[in-house]
Ligand binder design. Structure first.
Ligand SMILES: O=C[C@H](O)COP(=O)(O)O
Length: 260
């Protein structure tokens, strides 16, 4: 069986300017030690305008913090006002890029085809997509959450080959648990993350499925991370609100020390 190194990624959303970004990453680097970085990969996903500052700090001080962006264009360049390409992110040393976050789907009308195009765009530039899937409240109440999330996974992975699929990170983020304080129970998270892994095995094979990291996201905090992380198919967390507080995010990164 493949060993999957946990990934704790902080999605800052539209918070923190580049000065604040530097301060947060410095505090985080100060709060965490090599043992923490050995146990889990830790990443920050700041707004585009912060990336150059974060790059300079991380590279200059040789920090073990990975970073990436919250979105990218499906295009590689050209007359697309306001867009940022995968090539630009790669040039800034980004490792990750979030694709298909529910806030992009909801506020920017991103559908599965566009999300799929963005997954391909990320791969063209050797960026690792953190592919977000997850149902809204109505779907959950009807009991359609697994089918819905698997449908989004299928759509996003169209024409993505096994080699590329191996490197993807999937994040299960039930929309009803995002920024609401409503956290899915660890069993809820496991149910869907487990089903996503089974679907990866169906789409590819057992080796791909066992290598892909599947994160949970939605109101993750230091007080609930331990219970989530002990689930067999949960390999980390995509943290929103709690990731812009360095002390709280550092505690989440030390999930094994937190109460279960
Ligand atoms: O990408 C992160 C998720 O949207 C979770 O956000 P949250 O931790 O603020 O609920």
């Amino acid at each position: 069986m493949t060993t999957r190194k946990p990934l704790i990624a902080g999605n800052w959303k539209m918070n923190l300017n580049h000065f604040e970004a530097i301060a947060l990453v410095q505090k985080l680097a100060f709060a965490l030690n090599d043992k923490d970085f050995d146990k889990a990969e830790i990443a920050v996903l700041p707004p585009f305008t912060d990336l150059r500052s974060v790059q300079t700090l991380v590279q200059g001080d040789k920090l073990r913090i990975a970073y990436g962006a919250q979105d990218l264009s499906q295009h590689d360049g050209g007359a697309y006002t306001g867009e940022v390409s995968g090539a630009m992110l790669a040039k800034l040393g980004c490792t990750y890029v979030v694709v298909g976050h529910s806030e992009r789907r909801q506020h920017h009308g991103e559908d599965d085809d566009l999300v799929n195009a963005k997954v391909h765009a990320a791969h063209r530039h050797s960026l690792t997509p953190i592919l977000c899937v997850g149902e809204g409240l109505a779907v959950r109440q009807e009991g359609g959450h697994i089918a819905y999330s698997l449908g989004q996974l299928d759509g996003a992975l169209r024409k993505v080959g096994p080699e590329q699929a191996k490197s993807i990170v999937v994040a299960y983020e039930p929309v009803w648990a995002i920024g609401t304080g409503e956290v899915a129970t660890p069993e809820d998270a496991q149910e869907v993350c487990g089903a996503l892994r089974v679907r990866l095995a169906e789409l590819y094979d057992a080796e791909v499925a066992s290598g892909v990291r599947i994160l949970y996201g939605g109101s993750v905090k230091s007080g609930n991370i331990a219970g989530i992380m002990v689930q067999p198919d949960v390999d980390g967390a995509l943290v929103g609100g709690a990731s812009i507080d360095a002390g709280e995010f550092a505690k989440i990164c030390r999930f094994s020390d937190m109460p279960g």
